[in-house]
Design a protein around this ligand. Structure first.
Ligand SMILES: [Zn+2]
Length: 249
């Protein structure tokens, strides 16, 4: 997301596909290489259109599911989100432009939303620490505020509709790093989740999405690594930053 086009991840991270046949072949090749979770990039190249129609994406989703893997969709824009949900992807990543119809459909189908709201908080800091125009000039700042507000609205709609929300950092594509998930928990609280719901998003919800029901739970004899914090993250998400002790199994 820090690439100059802002909507395209770095070239080394992706395989391009011109049509349904090509995207299906590319998806098979990824699974053959050992992938167990595929991400389809459903934004653009035209803003108002997903790159492939829902029937082509559905063929990929069915093939991936038949092989026991999962498939998610990068969704910054509404058009791609619609196609992804219609096609039955397991989750939408980002989901920055969801509307009420779509969040209702996601809730019905059990489609997860993996929110990455903290990316906007990260970008806001760049307006103070860099001179890059898209973060630092007035137009850039205004655009980011508008996008951030729209993204918060998306999460609010999803939460109200009962969509299961898991947290993401956009690590690898964006500006956060993997150990900054607390920032997302705080962002989800801003979007209307209770602190304990936001904490569940960063723990058990992620496990549900990945098909690892033990993930994010601390039970006697269970497999969890865990950390202790100063304070009570069930009521105060900022406590998650105050790591007191990390316990590895
Ligand atoms: Zn993405």
């Amino acid at each position: 997301m820090l690439e100059s086009q802002q909507t395209v991840p770095p070239a080394w991270m992706m395989v391009e596909a011109d049509d349904g046949t090509a995207v299906l072949a590319a998806a098979k090749a990824q699974l053959d290489d050992g992938a167990d979770f595929l991400k389809l990039y459903l934004d653009g190249p035209k803003k108002e259109e997903a790159p492939w129609p829902a029937k082509d994406v559905r063929a990929v989703v069915e093939m991936v599911h038949a092989r026991g893997a999962k498939v998610t969709a990068h969704s910054g824009l509404l058009a791609g989100a619609r196609v992804g949900v219609d096609a039955g992807v397991d989750s939408l990543e980002h989901g920055f432009e969801l509307d009420a119809d779509l969040t209702a459909q996601m809730a019905r189908q059990g489609t997860f939303l993996v929110s990455t709201l903290a990316v906007f908080r990260s970008w806001a800091t760049f307006s103070q620490t860099t001179t890059l125009p898209r973060f630092a000039d007035d137009e850039g700042k205004e655009r980011l505020v508008t996008r951030r507000e729209r993204a918060l609205e998306s999460v609010r709609l999803a939460h109200r509709a009962g969509v299961r929300i898991a947290t993401g950092t956009d690590f690898g594509g964006g500006s956060l790093r993997a150990n900054q998930l607390a920032w997302e928990v705080e962002s989800l609280v801003e979007a209307g989740l209770k602190p304990w719901e936001a904490l569940a998003s960063a723990t058990t919800r992620g496990g549900e999405l990945l098909g690892e029901p033990e993930a994010g739970r601390i039970v006697e004899g269970g497999p969890a690594d865990f950390f202790l914090v100063h304070g009570d993250p069930l009521t105060e998400p900022a406590a998650l930053w105050r790591v007191w002790k990390v316990a590895w199994r």
